[in-house]
Design a protein around this ligand. Structure first.
Ligand SMILES: [Ca+2]
Ligand SMILES: [Ca+2]
Ligand SMILES: [Ca+2]
Length: 306
């Protein structure tokens, strides 16, 4: 009888989880919305026209008094890790200043000529009603608590020592900006990597999330990639390709960004040898680098909230 109620509980959790938005939208950069026509010509890997992938934003949709000066930084590329396309970010020089190539799920604000000013930032604010060219808001709803974020990059810089940057902040949906201009109490969790090294081959990077000890619910995510971790530092030859951005939930064995009874079924099938195609980062629930019955126990306990 106890087993029966356990199963009922698992199905109830599974039904609720369907309602949530737990993954990055267009993390594979295959959908370029109204910019679809800007695909590279034959022989090119990167479009020469400025583009914005759907649900992502660069300087062409930036707010702020200096947005008109920021130039073009984001382009559609056929140099993809998977699928047809990736996003290519390029830095530029404006007068004597280096402007980093930046792409965000929020909105960029170019508020100051001085690159180090926090008036230059990416921001997330679900109270703002502005829409982008695809009629989408300048934020992505994200209600999960992922264990880590994984993405693939190729990166080159004209100024040795420069590192590219990824930052992800899960918030309660109220105003937040990165870099911060004051202390914010509305962060639920964060993952940052300001040390992305140059690499000529597609390279997988995984960054764990840290969670704040507060009672806030995750509502939205501000995810930003930049050609340089330090504003205004770098060269006008820094190029960052990004593809296959994914939030990882340990235990999401079937990869649908929800953790429920279907994942237990998948995990059992993997252990029985009935399923050979799986992601070890998701299936190794207890993180000991092997997949066995202990992962099933950990996963069931996780689903039941034990
Ligand atoms: Ca892709
Ligand atoms: Ca799942
Ligand atoms: Ca394991």
């Amino acid at each position: 009888m106890k087993k029966f109620f356990t199963l009922i509980a698992l199905f109830a959790i599974s039904t609720c989880a369907v309602m949530a938005q737990n993954q990055i939208l267009n993390g594979g950069f295959e959908d370029w919305g109204v910019d679809k026509g800007n695909t590279p010509k034959s022989g090119e890997t990167v479009s020469t026209k400025v583009s914005e992938p759907r649900y992502w934003h660069s300087f062409s949709s930036a707010s702020g008094g200096w947005a008109f000066m920021a130039g073009d930084h984001c382009f559609i590329s056929t140099d993809a890790h998977s699928g047809k396309y990736s996003a290519c970010l390029k830095s530029t020089k404006i007068l004597k200043y280096v402007a980093n190539g930046t792409l965000t799920t929020g909105r960029l604000n170019a508020g100051d000529m001085n690159a180090t000013s926090t008036s230059n930032h990416s921001e997330l604010d679900m109270n703002k009603t502005a829409k982008d060219r695809n009629d989408d808001p300048f934020y992505q709803v994200m209600t999960g608590r992922p264990d880590s974020i994984v993405f693939w990059v190729k990166y080159s810089t004209g100024a040795p020592g420069t590192k590219a940057n990824m930052s992800a902040y899960i918030t309660d949906g109220t105003y937040y900006q990165a870099p911060e201009d004051k202390t914010y109490e509305n962060k639920v969790g964060w993952a940052e990597n300001p040390n992305i090294e140059p690499c000529t081959e597609w390279t997988r990077i995984s960054v764990p999330f840290t969670y704040a000890d507060n009672n806030l619910d995750p509502i939205a995510i501000l995810l930003t990639f930049s050609t340089s971790a330090i504003p205004g530092v770098g060269s006008d030859k820094d190029i960052l390709f990004v593809d296959d951005v994914e939030l990882i939930y340990k235990g999401d064995v079937n990869g649908d960004a929800n953790i429920n009874i279907n994942d237990v079924v998948s995990l059992v099938n993997i252990i029985l040898g009935n399923q050979n195609d799986y992601d070890i980062y998701k299936a190794d629930v207890n993180g000991d680098k092997s997949i066995n019955i202990n992962d099933v126990v950990t996963l069931v306990n996780r689903i039941l909230g034990n």
